[in-house]
Structures are given as C-alpha cells and as structure tokens.
Design a binder for this molecule. Structure first.
Ligand code: PLP
Length: 379
C-alpha cells in the first residue's frame, strides 16, 4: 500500500504515513523533498507524474527512490542517463491507460485512452508501449518491474476497477506472449471514494480490493500468468475524513432568494467546489445537533468564501444551524486536496494545520504570516 501524497503532504503527514508502515507516491520534486526532509526512506517512495522535468528525474534517481513510474517513454532515456551516472539500477514501472472511462467528474477521470496520463494499453507491434519495453531492455541501468494504472478518482463502484484489471490482464498476457515481458508488479492506482456525508461511512478497503484481487488472481490463473505483487495507492480514501476545516463567520446576508454565510476563507484554502463542485457538510461547532436554519422566504443557504469571485463557494445549498458573525463553523471531510490545493489568492495567508490525537492538539504547519506572503519579492 502506498499513499498518494498529492492529497495532502506536509512533513508531519509524511512521518505519520511512514510510521503506519505505508509507502508514498509523489509527483514532483517538491513532494519528494518534503518527504525526504521528514526522514521518509527513499526506497519506499515512487515518483509519478505525467511531465517530469529532467531535474526531477535526476533528483529521484540520485535520492534512490524505489520506483519511477514512467508516464512517457521519453523518460526512459533520461532515467538511464542519470542512473548510469549514479552507478545504480533504477527500478521503473510503466503507466498504461486502460481505456476505461471512469464514472466520475471528467477532471478526475484519468484512465481513458485519450488521457494525458500514461501510454495506451496497446500491445500491438510498434505501439508506444511495446517500443518502450523494448527500449528499456537495452538500458543496463533500468529494471522494468511491471505496470501501473490509475483509472480515476472518487469511485464508489468497483466496476471501473475490475474492468481495468481485465484490460490489464489481457495486456499482461500479450506482453508475455509477444515480448516475453513478465509483469512482476502491478500498481492499480488509487481512486477509492471518500465520504461526503458524515452520516454515511466510507467503504471498507475490501469493498474495492476483494473484487479487484479476485479478478486479478482468477485472470492470472486462466491465462497461465504469474500473479504479480499488487500495489494500491489511494489518497483521498486515507486522508479525507481526517480533515476538518474551521472557519469564522464574517457576516450573514439575507437576500430575497438566497442567504449567504460568508466566512474568513474560501477557494484560497479549498478550491474544490470551484474546480469540480465537490460536496461538503458543515455544522455550527457549538450547536452540532441544533435545528437546521430554513430562511422564512424559502430560499437556500450558501456558504461562501471571501475571495473576489462569485464562484468562491464552499457549499452551494447548505444545511446548517442558524449562525451569526463570529460563530465558528466546521466543514467535514476536507483532509484531501484542500490544503494541498490551497493558494494565496487575494494575498490570503494559508491556514495552519493542527493534528489532534487523544484530545491533544499540535500545530504541524504554522499559519502563514504576512511576511510569508511577500517572501522573496522585491520592488
Ligand atoms: C491522484 C492519483 C492517486 C490518488 O487518487 P485518490 O483519488 O486520491 O485516491 C493515485 N495514483 C495516481 C497515479 C494518481 O494520479
């Protein structure tokens, strides 16, 4: 199991993930640097990413990352060059697009054959994939251990996963028959759905892994293939529920059709509604079980941010207790893709991150200061 660090990665999170015995998937030199600075063992890290720079590849090889997930065949030349210089053999896997259109928002679907990620799962002679495997074999400092795919995110059914595994099995079989290529490792990506509504618990991992593993094992048996070491790398499923964002209400604006609750943050700390209409739940923290506020005019209640965009919405149609300026509200399930996607839009400093365990709170990322906003700038 690996954790997809892009969901939320700060040094304390890297440490926590390592302490839990989980590996890490990173997609940039910044993520790799963050993890290494927290003492994460490089051999438990894999470097992913659809547009790795030469410097990122060099940094990955020199740091000794366990695997580089090759997303474009051109990477192989660069990996060989730096691995030779470093005098080591770099393990790599190749990312394929299984051609399964995940049932999710198109911005988080990544597995179709026209995706910007990976090489098409096509084993015909002369395809990108067969050429890449052939080329890798000519590289003495590259060891290609297997295949990687990631079909999409926020999936609540298992069909997209099992369909992808079926495609990959056929691919594994023809790569074995045509190129004598053995898939020793198969990374099946992430994408397990994270809870939206706290009253509905998350699916257990077995909900996804049992049908995936059954498809894989049965398929390998019927095709006469070696069963590869199976790897998963969920992000949001691991961290989403662990995160709660606290906001202070700045004002409440009751208009004839709609009531706006405006808070002291917004798309700068959580752009996910603006990006792909992510859904959230909120409560007034000192009145969690209180009655839901229904404006007398029958209009909806929207929780909005303080950024200068009408699309700066946190919850479009919220169910929340009556609040007034100064009240604190909590948004649940904000652990994934919020802090990691945050910006300083409108020169708003990033919020602090606080870990809470057994009633004890610890600041693990300080709230940004105004000096942080202008750091490195000159006039
Ligand atoms: C984004 C991503 C993940 C994690 O996705 P989640 O939906 O957060 O589980 C895993 N692997 C790859 C390659 C990704 O791009």
């Amino acid at each position: 199991m690996r954790y997809a660090g892009k969901a939320f990665l700060i040094r304390a999170m890297a440490k926590l993930i390592h302490d839990e015995g989980i590996g890490l998937d990173v997609v940039s030199e910044g993520e790799l640097y963050t993890a290494l600075s927290a003492g994460f063992p490089p051999s438990d890290i894999e470097m992913n990413g659809n547009a790795k720079s030469r410097r990122e590849i060099q940094y990955s090889v020199d740091s000794g990352v366990g695997r580089i997930i090759v997303d474009h065949p051109d990477e192989l030349k660069t990996i060989e060059e730096y691995a030779e210089k470093a005098g080591r053999v770099q393990r790599v896997m190749i990312r394929v697009a299984p051609g399964v259109d995940a049932h999710t928002h198109k911005y988080i679907a990544t597995g179709s054959t026209d995706s910007k990620f990976g090489v098409p799962a096509d084993s015909r002679e002369g395809s990108m994939l067969t050429e890449a495997i052939r080329f890798a074999r000519t590289c003495p400092h590259i060891d290609m251990t297997g295949l990687h795919f990631h079909v999409g995110s926020q999936l609540f059914e298992t069909e997209d996963f099992t369909k992808s595994v079926e495609v990959i099995l056929r691919l594994m079989k023809s790569l074995k028959d045509n190129l004598n290529f053995t898939t020793h490792e198969l990374n099946m990506g992430g994408g397990f759905g994270a809870v939206i509504n706290p009253s509905i618990p998350a699916m257990k991992s077995e909900f996804y892994t049992e049908p995936m593993m059954k498809t894989l094992v049965d398929g390998c048996k019927s095709y006469g293939l070696e069963i590869p070491c199976a790897i998963l790398e969920p992000g949001r499923w691991i961290i989403s529920e662990a995160g709660i964002t606290l906001y202070t209400v700045e004002n409440v604006r009751e208009l004839p059709e709609i009531t706006y609750i405006a808070v002291n943050g917004g798309m700068s700390d959580n752009p996910r509604y603006a990006l792909y209409q992510a859904e959230y739940n909120a409560v007034k923290i000192d009145d969690v079980d209180g009655e839901i506020y229904r404006p007398s005019n029958g209009g909806k209640v929207s929780i909005v941010g303080k950024c200068c965009e009408s699309g700066d919405i946190l919850i479009d149609d919220a169910e929340i207790q009556r609040v007034k300026a100064g009240d604190v509200i909590a948004l649940y399930n904000t652990g994934a893709y919020t802090f990691s996607m945050s910006s300083t839009y409108n020169c708003l400093p990033r919020p602090a991150v606080v870990f809470v365990e057994n009633g004890e709170a610890k600041v693990v990322a300080e709230r940004q200061s105004l000096e942080d906003i202008i750091r490195g700038q000159s006039v």
